[in-house]
Design a binder for this molecule. Structure first.
Ligand SMILES: [Zn+2]
Ligand SMILES: [Zn+2]
Length: 255
């Protein structure tokens, strides 16, 4: 490589790859990236994480750790990660904005790469905990606020959703109400678990027609029973903020 020089910096006596010294190549290569949004699924009972279709790390802290974040980093195949530091820049509800600083070595050259990551924590009972608790359900109604800006404060949001839920139950048939197994409070609203999917759908329909809520249905594969795939249905109900005028804070309908 006598007399060969880096086509960018012109320095000689350095090992070159495709005409570039390692330093110049490092400066021109995307060494680490992170997706803009990431979701970490945590079982609130045992701390297990859902990674792909598998639940792992049972017994770990339900709080986000670097171990949760590392898998989201996309690292160039020639770069080796030495250290990652994360700093939370803001948090609202279950979403955390993080800025990370990743120390890597690329072809012998150390670099520190800044990344940004927005992580949402989703709480979901792992199959093991669902089984142990004996809590059986086939559908879950997610009661949520709208997605308008600015984001709603937790307390008024919960008060409003509670009122909407009470009114919604009052509008529902007794047989639908009987299908409600239990409910959980979350930072972003409430989850109501149903033992009958048809009842959950019927209640969602009332929410849509009488309360102006939007309804989004999705199904997740829960497991297999008797050689059949078993699905659970999630109905996400978003109640527009203006619907708060339907009932006052004490749940009474204002005239
Ligand atoms: Zn160079
Ligand atoms: Zn669990």
């Amino acid at each position: 490589m006598d007399g060969e020089f880096c086509v960018v910096c012109g320095r000689t006596g350095r090992e070159l790859t495709d005409g570039l010294c390692a330093e110049c190549a490092a400066d021109r290569t995307t060494l680490v990236t992170a997706p803009e949004r990431a979701v970490v699924v945590v079982c609130p009972s045992c701390g297990a994480r859902q990674v792909g279709g598998v639940w792992e790390r049972e017994g770990s802290s339900p709080l986000l750790t670097a171990e949760d974040l590392a898998p989201f980093l996309r690292v160039h195949p020639e770069a080796g990660v030495r250290r990652v530091r994360w700093e939370e820049t803001s948090a609202s509800g279950t979403v955390r904005e993080l800025s990370g600083s990743v120390d890597v070595v690329f072809r012998g050259v150390p670099r520190t790469v800044p990344v940004r990551l927005s992580v949402r924590t989703e709480h979901r009972a792992c199959p093991e905990c669902s089984r142990k608790s004996g809590r059986y359900y086939t559908a879950v109604l997610q009661l949520r606020g709208d997605q308008e800006k600015p984001a709603e404060k937790s307390r008024p949001l919960h008060a409003r959703l509670e009122t909407a839920w009470r009114e919604l139950l009052a509008e529902s048939r007794a047989e639908w109400r009987k299908s409600v197994s239990w409910q959980e409070e979350l930072p972003e609203g409430y989850d109501v678990f149903f033992t009958q999917t048809l009842a959950a759908r019927a209640v969602a329909k009332v929410a849509k027609t009488k309360f102006g809520a939007s309804v989004k249905e999705s199904a997740t594969l829960f497991g297999r029973k008797d050689g059949q795939d078993v699905y659970r249905v999630t109905l996400c109900l978003r109640f527009p903020r203006s619907a708060a005028t339907i009932g006052g804070p004490d749940g009474r309908v204002e005239q």
